[in-house]
Design a protein around this ligand. Structure first.
Ligand code: ADE
Ligand code: ZN
Length: 348
């Protein structure tokens, strides 16, 4: 197997709050004089035994409560970027959940200023380019999402897209039709978690109602042949997160994961880490363990890395430069589908 740690790649599905390692949770809690309901890192890690997505989200939201000031958000983000750089992630499009912070009294600007300062240093010192995807919490109201979007519009540098995450079942994409329409009108790309725990119908809705240009997870599309055909024909990228799907019991184990079947069906699949601090691996571990369990070839791994750049929200010059770093990449295949968007485009 080729060295997946050295393979140049983009990471397109990582929640910054899901990169919060237990050691850093304790360090920041102490700094902010917050007492955690766990005595030490070992005890906290023992809570990382999830039966489904909602049971994970309880622990995930509890962990991020210790984040209070800009420096905390900076430390969280630079720690992720260091790990990413070690695994030759050349470009990262990073989700953040502003409502998980603003709803407990932290200002939107505190969150984004901390994140942005780290992205700048990550680019300068580590050579990892990056942008942000603002996720709306789908188990909250659309009105709350709309208020969040208003805050973001006032301070949106680095935000290239909006997304949709949190508890999927019972919260279909159509609930957020208006805020996504507004985001598109303001020049942002759109993505949505769909078909992780929720049914294939949610993937259809994300495409038809939210008009997303990527589907996050989407693994349940394989239950619907017409949907697979649509995704293949339109070459809609899917940001698949194999270790997450195992830890959240979407699949029983990696050997039963649909990643290889998705590749064989001609889908534009990428591999990502989702919430690496909670799911036992960063992006390279997701590549390596999937390859091992499913018998992926070097060609499969190269295709995954290529698709990660093709599906990135970067301009075409940058895409070509990054694709050129992949051994044996065929540059003619590089797509020009996704021009730069978000603030840069809006302010131009
Ligand atoms: N937020 C963080 N991780 C998530 C996931 N895997 N699905 C939905 N929302 C999330
Ligand atoms: Zn996710």
């Amino acid at each position: 197997m080729l060295d997946v740690g050295a393979l140049p790649k983009a990471e397109l599905h990582v929640h910054i709050e899901g990169t919060f390692e237990p050691e850093l949770i304790f360090e920041i809690a102490e700094r902010n004089r917050i007492t955690l309901p766990y005595r030490n890192v070992g005890e906290l890690r023992k809570a990382y035994d999830f039966k489904n997505l909602p049971s994970f989200l309880d622990v995930y939201y509890a962990g991020m409560n210790v984040l209070q000031i800009e420096q905390d958000y900076y430390d969280l983000t630079i720690a992720y970027l260091r790990r990413a750089a070690e695994q030759n992630v050349r470009h990262a499009e990073i989700f953040f959940d502003p409502q998980a912070h603003t709803l407990r009294g932290i200002a939107f600007d505190t969150v984004i200023e901390g994140l942005r300062a780290a992205l700048r240093d990550g680019e300068r010192e580590l050579g990892v380019t990056s942008s942000l995807i603002l996720c709306f919490l789908r188990d909250r109201s659309e009105e709350s999402a709309m208020q969040t979007f208003d805050s973001a519009l006032r301070n949106c540098d680095r935000i290239v897209a909006v997304g949709l995450d949190s508890a999927e079942i019972g919260n279909p994409p159509s609930k957020f039709a208006s805020v996504f329409e507004r985001a598109r009108a303001e020049g942002f790309h759109t993505v949505a978690h769909a078909g992780e725990e929720g049914p294939p119908e949610y993937v259809w809705e994300a495409l038809d109602v939210l008009k997303v240009s990527r589907i996050d997870h989407g693994v349940r599309c394989m239950e619907d042949a017409a949907l697979v055909e649509r995704l293949r024909r339109e070459r809609v990228p899917l940001t698949v997160c194999p270790l997450s799907n195992v830890r959240l019991k979407v699949v029983p184990d990696l050997a039963h994961h649909s990643l290889k079947r998705m590749l064989d069906a001609g889908l534009a699949v990428t591999v990502n880490s989702d919430d690496p601090a909670y799911f036992g691996g960063y992006v390279a571990e997701n590549y390596a363990r999937s390859a091992e369990a499913l018998g992926l070839t070097d060609e499969h791994l190269l295709a995954l890395a290529r698709t990660s750049f093709e599906a990135s929200f970067i301009d075409d010059g940058e895409r070509r430069r990054l694709l050129a770093e992949i051994p044996a990449a065929r540059f003619e295949g590089a797509s020009a589908q996704w021009p730069a968007a978000g603030c840069a485009q809006r302010l131009a």
